[in-house]
Design a protein around this ligand. Structure first.
Ligand code: SAH
Length: 663
C-alpha cells in the first residue's frame, strides 16, 4: 500500500500539479483515492500511468490529469450536490465524493453501474449514489445541482442538464461535432435563462450516447489501446537512432544528404514546432540558403503578412521604395519575425541578390491575411499615385471598415448580427476594379501591380475572415490556410518559369493535416493543399524539440516572455526522439526503412507551441495526435533549444532608413 501511495504522490506531482492544477482539495483527493481499485485485475500495475485505460464494456477510465482538470474546473468548495454523467469505473465519482457533500452518478451500461457501485461501497463511500440510466436526461428527482460533470462527449449541451443546474451552478462537458473529438466547455448558469459558455481545452472522450446525446447506433466507441509498452518503444528508439543522421549543432550539421533527398522538388515547406525557437530559425536559414545557392529556389514565402514581408522584399531585392513605408512586423507577435535570426537571413539574402540581374533576385513574400488595415493603406497609397479617381472610389468603399480599425473582430460580429452593414460588396468591388485595370497598371511596373493586387486580395479575404470567425474555429482556419495556398499559387504563377518556392510556417500549417487530428475536425492546411495539388514535387520538413526555452506570450496581445519548455510527455513522438539521447538529427521519413516507418506510423501525441505557450495546461492546449511519417517527408530534431532573440530598438539606432526593421 505504501508503494501505491508513493506512486499517487508522484502522479499528483508530475502529471497533475506540474500541468497546472492548483486546487488543494483536488490534489488532496487525487492523493487519496486508490485508482487501482477501479481497474480490472490485469491493468492494476498501470494504475498511475499518465493515460486513460480500458475498463469493461469497451469503455475507459479517464486519464488522472483530465479527471483532476475537470473537477478543478467545477470550482467546488465543499458541501455541494454534484451530478456526474458517465460513472464508468466510479473513479471520478470517488474523487468528487472526497470534496462534495453528495454525488449522484449515472451510467448507461448496467454492468458498469453495478460494479462501480460495488467498488464505492467496498471502499466505504456512503455519499455516492449510482443509477443505471440515460444521463443526458439528468436526475430530476435530485435536482437542482451545484455542479454537473459529463465524462463523455456529446454533440451539444443537453437541455435537461442545463435545467437541472442551480443559478450560479457549473456544468463541464466535452462537446464536439464528431463523436470522438471534443472541446471541453464550462457552462455557468448566470440566471434563470442565461448561460455563459467558456472553452477550456481540446479533449477526447468516449461518446455520450442517449436521448440528448449521440444516437446509440452511432459508431461504437473504439476501445482505447493500452499504453505502448516500454520495451516496444526501446526497439523503435534503436531503429530511430539507426535511421537518422545525427549532428551536434545547427552550424555543423551536414545538409548534403537532405539536399539529395529534396532532389528536384519544386516546393519545399519548412516547419517549426514553436514560433520562438532560435535553433529552428537558424536551421531553416541554413536549408534555405543552400536551396537558393545550389538548387536555384526563387522565392521564400512566410506565415507573415504581405505588407510587412513586402518591406523586406524591397530591401533584399534592392528596390526603390518610399521612405514613409511602415516598419516591418511591428505588431503582435513582433518577435516571430522581428528577431536576430530572421535578420541574419535577410542580410544574407540582400547580399546574395546584390549584383544579380533583377529577374534573378530571390524574393521574400508574406502569405498571411492579418494586415487588413495596412493593406488598405497600401492600396490607397498606390492608387493615389497612379490613378487618383479610382483612389477616391477606394477611399469611399474601404471607409466601410474604418470604424473597426482597433478591433476588426468586432466588425465581424456586428456584420453577422446585422447591427452593422456588411462591407463584403465594397471590398469585393475594389478587388474586381483593380484587377480589371491589370493592363493599364502593370504597364508601369509588374512587381508593384502584384503588390497592389495582393493587398486588395488581403482586404477582401480578411473582411470575410473576421465574419467567418464567428462560425467557429474550423471555418476561419480553413479560410486562412486556403488563402495562404492561393497566395502561393499566385506567386508561383508570377515568378514563372523560375518559380521554385520555399515556405516558412508552423508545423501545423506545413505538415499534411490529414495525418493529424485536425482532419477529424474537418481542418485542412497549406501542407495538405500543396500535397494534393503538386504531389511528390513537394517536400515537407517538420521540426521538434524536447526541452529548453522558447519566446512566447501567455495571452494574445500579451508581452513576449522567455518560457521554459516542459520536457516532452510520455507517448509523444518527442519522448521517443529524446530517448535516443542524441542532441540533434535529421530523420528521413519518406525515405525511411520499412521497419522504422511502420514503427512511427502508430499515432502518437505531438507538441505544438505557437505564439502563445501555456505550460500549465500543456497537455490540453499543446498536444494533439499525429501520424508523423504521413505528416512530413523529413523531421529535424533538436533536443534542447533556446528562445529567439528579438531585435532591440537600441540595436537599430544609426541604421540607414532603408533598413526594413527600422525604429
Ligand atoms: N468518470 C469515468 C469515466 C467513464 S468513461 C471514470 O473515471 O471511470 C464515460 C462513461 O460514460 C462510459 O462508461 C459510458 O458508458 C458512459 N456514458 C456514455 N453515454 C452515457 C449516458 N447517456 N448516460 C450515462 N452514461 C453514459
Amino acid at each position: 500500500m505504501t508503494d501505491n501511495s508513493t506512486k499517487r504522490e508522484e502522479m499528483v506531482q508530475y502529471q497533475i500539479a506540474a500541468r497546472g492544477v492548483r486546487s488543494e482539495p483536488v490534489l488532496e483527493a487525487m492523493r487519496t483515492v486508490p485508482r487501482e481499485e477501479f481497474l480490472p485485475e490485469n491493468l492494476r500495475e498501470f494504475a498511475y500511468e499518465d493515460s486513460p485505460l480500458p475498463i469493461a464494456a469497451g469503455q475507459t477510465i479517464s486519464q488522472p490529469y483530465i479527471v483532476a482538470f475537470m473537477v478543478e474546473a467545477l470550482n467546488l468548495r465543499g458541501g455541494e450536490r454534484v451530478l456526474e454523467i458517465g460513472a464508468g469505473s466510479g473513479y471520478a465519482a470517488a474523487i468528487l465524493a472526497q470534496i462534495a457533500a453528495r454525488v449522484y452518478s449515472i451510467e448507461r451500461i448496467g454492468e458498469l453501474a453495478k460494479s462501480a457501485a460495488a467498488t464505492l461501497v467496498r471502499l466505504g463511500y456512503d455519499n455516492v449514489e449510482i443509477r443505471h440510466a440515460d444521463g443526458t436526461r439528468g436526475w430530476p428527482e435530485q435536482a437542482p445541482f451545484d455542479a454537473i460533470v459529463v465524462a463523455a462527449g456529446g454533440p451539444e449541451v443537453p437541455e435537461s442538464l442545463k435545467q437541472q443546474m442551480k443559478i450560479g451552478g457549473r456544468l463541464i462537458i466535452p462537446i464536439g461535432s464528431t463523436p470522438e473529438i471534443q472541446e471541453l466547455v464550462r457552462v455557468t448558469r448566470v440566471s434563470e435563462d442565461e448561460f455563459e459558455m467558456e472553452d477550456l481545452a481540446d479533449v477526447r472522450f468516449v461518446p455520450l450516447l442517449g436521448e440528448e446525446g449521440w444516437a446509440p447506433d452511432t459508431q461504437p466507441a473504439r476501445a482505447r489501446k493500452r499504453p505502448v509498452a516500454v520495451d516496444r518503444d526501446a526497439a523503435l528508439v534503436d531503429a530511430i537512432a539507426d535511421g537518422c543522421e545525427p549532428f551536434n549543432g545547427v552550424r555543423s550539421a551536414n545538409l548534403d544528404p537532405l539536399l539529395d533527398r529534396i532532389g528536384d522538388a519544386r516546393i519545399v515547406l519548412i516547419g517549426e514546432a514553436t514560433h520562438g525557437t532560435s535553433e529552428f530559425y537558424r536551421m531553416r536559414n541554413r536549408i534555405t540558403t543552400e536551396l537558393i545557392k545550389k538548387k536555384g529556389f526563387r522565392f521564400v514565402s512566410i506565415e507573415g503578412d504581405w505588407p510587412d514581408a513586402a518591406r523586406i522584399d524591397h530591401y533584399v531585392r534592392h528596390f526603390e521604395y518610399r521612405p514613409s513605408e511602415w516598419i516591418a512586423f511591428a505588431r503582435f507577435p513582433t518577435w516571430m519575425w522581428r528577431n536576430v535570426e530572421v535578420r541574419e537571413f535577410v542580410d544574407w539574402l540582400r547580399n546574395h541578390n546584390h549584383g544579380l540581374n533583377e529577374k534573378k533576385r530571390v524574393a521574400f513574400h508574406g502569405l498571411d491575411l492579418y494586415s487588413l488595415y495596412s493593406s488598405i493603406r497600401a492600396v490607397l497609397q498606390y492608387l493615389d499615385e497612379v490613378d487618383p479617381s479610382t483612389a477616391a472610389v477606394a477611399r469611399e468603399r474601404y471607409g466601410c471598415l474604418t470604424p473597426w480599425q482597433t478591433d476588426p473582430a468586432t466588425y465581424g460580429r456586428a456584420a453577422l448580427t446585422g447591427s452593422y452593414q456588411s462591407c463584403e460588396d465594397d471590398v469585393v468591388h475594389m478587388l474586381t476594379a483593380i484587377s480589371q485595370k491589370h493592363r493599364e497598371y502593370a504597364a508601369h511596373d509588374g512587381e508593384r501591380f502584384l503588390d497592389v493586387m495582393q493587398n486588395a486580395r488581403v482586404v477582401a479575404n480578411a473582411e470575410r475572415y473576421y465574419r467567418v470567425m464567428y462560425y467557429g474555429s474550423r471555418a476561419s482556419w480553413n479560410l486562412r490556410d486556403t488563402y495562404m495556398f492561393e497566395t502561393l499559387q499566385t506567386l508561383i504563377e508570377h515568378h514563372q518559369p523560375d518559380n521554385k518556392a520555399i515556405i516558412w510556417a508552423h508545423n501545423s500549417h506545413v505538415g499534411d493535416a490529414v495525418a493529424t487530428e485536425m482532419s477529424a475536425r474537418g481542418e485542412i492546411n497549406i501542407g495538405h493543399l500543396c500535397r494534393r495539388n503538386f504531389g511528390d514535387s513537394v517536400y515537407a520538413i517538420g521540426f521538434g524539440t524536447d526541452n529548453g526555452t522558447v519566446a512566447a506570450a501567455s495571452d494574445w496581445d500579451g508581452p513576449m516572455e522567455i518560457k521554459s519548455i516542459v520536457p516532452s510527455m510520455r507517448n509523444s513522438y518527442e519522448r521517443l526522439f529524446h530517448q535516443t539521447t542524441l542532441p540533434g538529427f535529421l530523420l528521413p521519413l519518406r525515405h525511411a526503412s520499412d521497419a522504422l516507418r511502420n514503427g512511427l506510423l502508430e499515432a502518437r501525441m505531438q507538441r505544438a507551441i505557437g505564439v502563445i505557450y501555456r505550460p500549465e495546461t500543456e497537455f490540453a492546449s499543446h498536444y494533439f495526435q499525429a501520424v508523423l511519417p504521413q505528416q512530413f517527408d523529413e523531421y529535424i530534431w533538436l533536443d534542447t533549444t533556446h528562445a529567439v532573440t528579438p531585435i532591440k530598438t537600441a540595436e537599430l539606432e544609426g541604421m540607414p532608413d532603408t533598413y526594413p526593421f527600422g525604429l
